[in-house]
Design a protein around this ligand. Structure first.
Ligand code: GAL
Length: 454
């Protein structure tokens, strides 16, 4: 089994991301998004308040850059009948989206907005399929810097022949999905799309499915083209929930791609956080500079996460180099949550200008390596950075466990007998350690340590 997996990994693509001007999208985004805080109940005031709080509570200084409105910002009753442009809901946004974006820019942030590659957004507002060029131009004229593009309500003529590719329960590192899908009939639509679809012979098809050629990928590429045609650089964040393996085509299409469904519908997000960690533990080979696995927006500050769960959520999102978008009412965050979200060592790993690859599991732990397990995912992770080697030990169990980093198992450590070790959570120096480091890790917590040469 392990040999087959190693062989499969050997042919994984080298990530080749969408390079935008001024290095936009090179590093995973840092910012705030309205959805997990307010769902559809948004307005200009709440978004500006969020931006103000991001300044007051030190997030802007810590490097958080984007303030993004999610769904439900527009008029529900449709586009402008003459110009076919989307129209902001002026009751919610008295200064329009342009006015709101201007204020956000004046505060020194970038501004993001949301639409969907279908006929309606998930909240049933008008969406962009068929109007990509118009919408991209509208967004650019409003000063939008970031587009989150969702996957709700594609019409039937955009469906691929295979509608139900299910994830195989014995998930493998290549993310192979069972089911054979063919794209025999072209979609009936009014687009002419003549840009060649990138094709990688080593990578495709996977179990008979050419995800790159699927209509889903095409719908997202049409918006990519429209954004690239604007005289403004707009980071393109794909929100396709992982259904058509966007890690296989997202790199050529956008700066990041959601790898799975929403992190939270309400207050209980811990089980989803663990599921997402499990899912993403297989996907690090697809990410690098300019192309990031999006584990979804944070839920820290909402509901009932314990301190240990908050550390795991943020710590692993930072190590996986997911976009990090805070999704709560920032003014209400506790001091402890703020200090986790502004952990300097983790943010500098996440934003490392020299090392683009995210951390990856070097050992699963309780389970054999490469086990897909939604409650006990990979526990031992490591990654290289300009500051040294980061190693994380995640304890998904309900009681404290003693966990150990054995230096000889960590691929980034080069066999030296001893290393200087720093505890990333409290910054304490653990001194020069030989051979291994052992720590007690609380239930649901993640110990993270930084190794440098002695
Ligand atoms: C979902 C998406 C969420 C949020 C929501 C808006 O599809 O995954 O992150 O954007 O739509 O309706």
């Amino acid at each position: 089994m392990a040999a087959t997996i190693a062989a499969a990994l050997a042919v994984l693509p080298l990530a080749s991301g969408l390079e935008l001007p001024n290095e936009v999208g090179k590093l995973p985004a840092l910012g705030w998004n309205s959805w997990n805080a307010y769902y559809c109940d948004i307005n200009q005031e709440k978004i500006l308040q969020a931006a103000n709080s991001m300044i007051d509570r030190g997030f802007k200084d810590a490097g958080y850059t984007y303030i993004n409105s999610d769904d439900c910002w527009s008029r529900m009753d449709g586009r402008d009948p003459e110009t076919h442009e989307l129209r902001p809901n002026m009751t919610k946004f008295p200064d329009g989206i342009k006015g709101t974006a201007d204020e956000i820019h004046d505060m020194g942030f970038k501004f993001g907005i949301y639409s969907s590659a279908g006929t309606m957004t998930c909240g049933r507002y008008p969406a962009s399929l068929g109007y990509e060029a118009i919408d991209a131009a509208t967004f650019a004229s409003w000063g939008v810097d970031y587009l989150k593009y969702d996957n709700c309500f594609p019409p039937e003529y955009w469906y691929d022949d295979c509608l139900s590719c299910e994830v195989d329960p014995s998930f493998s590192p290549t993310g192979i999905v069972n089911g054979s899908c063919t794209n025999s009939t072209p979609p009936v639509n009014h687009y002419s799309y003549d840009r060649p679809i990138p094709f990688c012979a080593l990578e495709w098809p996977v179990d008979g499915v050419n995800y790159t050629a699927k209509y889903t990928a095409l719908r997202f590429r049409i918006m990519e083209e429209a954004l690239l045609a604007q005289n403004r650089t707009i980071l393109y964040s794909l929100c396709e929930w992982g259904v058509d393996q966007p890690w296989r085509w997202g790199n050529q299409t956008g700066s990041s791609w959601r790898i799975s469904n929403d992190i939270a519908f309400g207050d209980t997000s811990w089980p989803r956080i663990v599921e997402i960690i499990n899912m993403n533990s297989f996907l690090s080979p697809f990410a690098d500079f300019y192309g990031h696995n999006d584990a979804d927006m944070l839920t820290i500050g909402n509901g009932n996460l314990t301190s240990a769960e908050v550390r795991t959520h943020f710590g692993l999102w930072a190590l996986m180099k997911s976009p990090i978008l805070i999704g709560t009412v920032v003014a209400n965050l506790t001091e402890e949550e703020v200090s986790v979200l502004q952990n300097k060592m983790l943010l500098s790993f996440h934003q490392d200008p020299v090392f683009g690859k995210p951390a990856a599991p070097y050992k699963w732990g309780a389970n054999p390596d490469w086990t897909f397990n939604n409650t006990i995912p990979a526990q031992y992770w490591s990654g290289a950075s300009s500051n040294g080697t980061m190693v994380a030990m995640f304890n998904p169990f309900n009681e404290t466990r003693s966990m150990e980093v054995d230096f000889s198992e960590v691929p980034q450590l080069d066999g030296k007998a001893s290393y200087e070790v720093v505890n990333v959570w409290d910054g304490s120096n653990m001194g020069s350690c030989e051979g291994s480091v052992q720590m007690d890790v609380e239930a649901h917590d993640t110990a993270i340590v930084l190794f440098t040469e002695s």
